[in-house]
Ligand binder design. Structure first.
Ligand SMILES: Nc1ncnc2c1ncn2[C@@H]1O[C@H](COP(=O)(O)OP(=O)(O)OP(=O)(O)O)[C@@H](O)[C@H]1O
Length: 303
């Protein structure tokens, strides 16, 4: 079921069309990554979902509620980690969490939330002494309060160290597994790839691709490299003749095959094994999401 329904959403600022005719459905329990270059229209889209700004045209509904007509219900249903937020430097982490619990009329245990976001030992320190990553953890903890059905996270891993990124990823996955829909924007493409069920790419206000990362790889003409470790390197047996194979290189213990067609890999393995060699290990190096993103936003567009 679509929890987030965006229809013909458009925002113009004078002559600038920041978001153009956006259509998107995001399902219950889905983790959706919203990608785009600087100025592509990500924040404008998020601001319209939150009713921080009004669309010029079109609608966005969250769990069937239009934020323009029913802002209170929408706010009760969503947890937000905005791009820019302020903390009260004099108040402790625990006091922030307690305040958010009161505002949400929730019964949650502040210590459990602080522990979940890795702030148990810093909970009684004023947030003025927090590092950037600690502030981000606290803001994320506040977004989780009230068991929101939708989490909207703007660049959630900003300021986090690798452990923090991993912990946040685990929490996002746990929330999604419990049915929460997660919509987040990011520039850190490898992290998006590791966590998202689907990604959408916005370019110059237009949504130019929506798919799984694997789906994008199949749609865009991308390369992958198949590295076969073998017990004995066979003489070339027609591997380079296979359609979709662009290059074959032999080392003492391995064969590296560059493929443009993902389906050719099984044929390559079959041909190697037909020579009597045994394949002892297989590694596939895929085009990263960063490369896909660059390819899609610089001309290799998906029709
Ligand atoms: N209040 C505004 N008035 C005029 N133009 C605006 C306003 N807000 C955004 N824009 C323009 O709309 C376009 C989209 O901006 P937006 O902030 O949505 O991009 P973004 O994808 O979030 O970028 P970034 O990654 O840099 O945060 C840009 O051309 C921007 O200059």
């Amino acid at each position: 079921m679509a929890v987030l329904e965006i229809r013909n959403l458009t925002k113009r600022f004078g002559k600038t069309t920041a978001v153009h005719d956006l259509d998107l459905d995001i399902n219950e329990g889905e983790v959706f990554g919203f990608l785009g270059q600087n100025g592509a229209g990500k924040s404008t889209t998020i601001d319209m979902l939150l009713d921080f700004i009004r669309p010029t045209d079109g609608t966005a509904t969250i769990s069937g509620h239009n934020p323009q007509h029913d802002p209170r219900t929408v706010r009760e249903n969503i947890g937000i980690l905005p791009d820019a937020y302020s903390l009260y430097d004099q108040l402790t982490g625990r006091e922030h969490i307690e305040f958010a619990i009161t505002m949400n009329e929730s019964e949650e245990d502040p210590d459990a939330i602080l522990a979940r976001v890795g702030l148990a030992t810093a909970s009684d320190r004023p947030t003025g002494s927090y590092s950037k990553g600690m502030r981000q953890r606290l803001a994320f903890g506040m977004a989780l309060i009230g068991d929101p059905s939708v989490l909207i996270l703007d660049e959630p891993s900003t300021g986090l160290d690798p452990n923090g990124v991993e912990e946040m990823r685990t929490i996002i996955r746990e929330e999604a597994d419990n049915g929460t829909t997660v919509f987040f924007s990011s520039h850190i493409l490898d992290q998006v790839e590791a966590i998202c069920d689907r990604v959408g790419i916005i370019d110059d206000g237009k949504l130019i691709a929506v798919d799984t990362v694997a789906g994008l790889r199949n749609t865009v003409n991308t390369r992958s490299t198949l590295i076969l470790s073998v017990d004995s390197v066979p003489p070339s047996r027609g591997i380079s003749d296979l359609e979709g194979v662009t290059n074959v290189e032999y080392t003492d213990e391995a064969i590296e095959v560059s493929c443009t067609n993902p389906e050719v890999k099984s044929s390559v393995i079959a041909r190697v094994e037909a020579t009597g060699a045994s394949v002892t290990d297989i590694t596939i190096e895929q085009t990263s999401l960063a490369e896909l993103f660059s390819k899609i936003t610089t001309g290799g567009k998906i029709e």
